[in-house]
Design a protein around this ligand. Structure first.
Ligand code: DX5
Ligand code: ZN
Length: 238
């Protein structure tokens, strides 16, 4: 059955002096999520948004937050972020993503259990070099898998060619396990690359610069959505 892709604009590329305005803009344009990039300056070489800002964003947004944690100690810090999300209109539809590379062995399951216990949806992200096979023990616990199509840390980077093949590998892994988590792709997604990942099985597309650096961000968001849906539909018909 055809399901339209959802766009998750990354506010890392928004105007931080006018976050409320920019979030209203993407909500009106039909965004599915507000993608919030949390970076700690250790896991990635950049520092961005922390708990106090997330708390404000949760109260402000009318659509679910999609919180991408690029931090070294997810197990220690998860409770703070989960607490901040309790102020959202519907915490149960918010997604919290931890990186597979920051957690070892049973810690991955511990992290997703902690997220679920707070009533949120749990996702695991893979850096470009991390193979989907690391998800095998945990795939049936996940609401979403995030495939990074750039090295995490900065917006405005170029899509790493071949990331769409990795999306297909995640689809195959999930199929084998008999589950169907959402698949999100993050990094360098725009009108050229959205069709590649959408036809390979991506459900949620993160867009930073492709939306917020455009002259008309609302139109840019809708155009990415349109070309991705067309590719997804065509892939279904094959
Ligand atoms: C990168 C972040 C991305 C980034 C996307 O580490 O996780 O969400 O903001 O920005 P674009 O779409 O410009 O690559
Ligand atoms: Zn991100």
């Amino acid at each position: 059955m055809f399901e339209p892709v959802r766009i998750a604009p990354s506010i890392l590329s928004a105007d931080f002096m006018n976050l409320g305005r920019d979030i209203a803009l993407i909500e009106d344009a039909g965004a599915g999520f507000v993608h919030v990039d949390v970076m700690d300056g250790h896991f990635v070489p950049n520092l961005t948004i922390g708990v106090p800002v997330l708390k404000q964003l949760a109260k402000l947004a009318h659509i679910p937050l999609d919180v991408h944690l690029m931090i070294d100690n997810p197990l220690r810090e998860l409770p703070w972020f989960l607490d901040a999300l309790q102020g959202a209109a519907d915490p149960g539809s918010c997604i919290v993503t931890v990186h597979a590379e920051a957690l070892y062995g049973p810690q991955l399951k511990e992290a997703t259990d902690t997220i679920h216990a707070a009533g949120c949806k749990a996702a695991v992200a893979l850096k470009p070099c991390t193979p989907p096979a690391v998800l095998a023990p945990i795939i049936s616990d996940l609401d979403m898998v995030l495939v990074m199509s750039v090295e995490p840390g900065f917006s405005g980077q170029s899509y790493i060619e071949g990331s769409d093949a990795k999306v297909a590998e995640v689809v195959a892994l999930a199929c084998e396990a008999g589950v169907r988590p959402l698949i999100q792709v993050d990094g360098g997604i725009g009108v050229r690359t959205a069709p590649l990942v959408a036809s390979s099985g991506a459900d949620v597309l993160v867009c930073g610069n492709a939306v917020f650096a455009a002259d008309d961000p609302a139109m840019a968001l809708q155009e990415v959505c349109r070309v991705a849906d067309r590719a997804r539909m065509a892939a279904l018909e094959v």
